[in-house]
Design a protein around this ligand. Sequence first.
Ligand code: 5GP
Ligand code: MN
Length: 337
Amino acid sequence: MEKNQINTLKTLLSTPKKIVIIPHKNPDGDAIGSCLGLYHYLKQYGHKLSIVAPNDYPDFLKWMPGEDNILKYEYQTETATRKIKEAEIIFTLDFNSLSRIDDVATVLESFEGDYVMIDHHQAPDGYARFTYSDTSMSSTCEMVYNFIAFMGDTDKISKEIATCLYTGIMTDTGSFRFPSTTSATHRIAAELIDKGAENTQIHNAIFDSNSVEKLHLLGCALKNLVELPDYHTVYIALSKEELEQFNYKKGDTEGFVNYGLSLKGVIFAVIFIESAQDDIIKISLRSKGDFSVNEFARKHFNGGGHINAAGGRSEFSLEETTQRFEQLVKEYKDQLS
Ligand code: 5GP
Ligand code: MN
């Protein structure tokens, strides 16, 4: 973030404001963690704060400190709309295009205050007066830590802030293993532990809260795995009938796509999930090395994200989508060999 932007923002935030913080739709650990970390930090300045999530999120995120303050636009539409209409400043966290927040974007059309964007995805839109965008960052939580540091306030990092930020860094780095994990990421994580983040407990709360049904669904997904050995690619498809059979709940398929990448030699793994709710196929894409799933998702599946992790969607049927995918992959033979 530029020095003069930091100074202007510092002045703006030095008196109490009405602030709304917004994560992307289907928020993950980094989205919720960064919103809550920022929320606990800004609270210390006496601001009137709300967090408005476009929709609900998995139960394994619902233990986080302050989580019960988050308004879910899909359920609390009226209150959330009022908070946005009253807001003077809106922070948008862990996304960079208003298309990522669905209906909330419509409410924002009448917003005339200042946007602050903090985000680490590719190709940011230009809607924010204050933009802190850095695609080299492991997570938005790491950036919120930096943001607090830019404000000269690391001594204000409480156990609550540390817990929320540690959670998002941990989830977005795949527990500190993805290439976006730098020595700076580890230093910040270490500092957050010193400030009270209980790393083992946080890891357990996120990853060791599985149900038997979820593990059975994982079994089904792994059985469905298709190899495209000529392209070092694998994919998994899950139909809505299969999801129903294993009593699918939001978040149950989180991380499944990574099993594909654990296969020796595989550099491109995709999961296609038929959503009964939205009548679309949700797609998660992961890669290793230089193959950009961000570009692939942007070009073919109306999505985007990072070089090695992206999401997208398809309006075709599950079978049509996987067939189309098999055809598309052939065009990338050079990059995938
Ligand atoms: P996931 O596969 O876990 O849903 O998402 C992987 C990454 O891609 C995340 O950083 C997520 O924010 C991003 N992402 C997921 N879906 C979309 C999408 O539809 N559009 C864009 N631009 N990014 C997405
Ligand atoms: Mn993120």
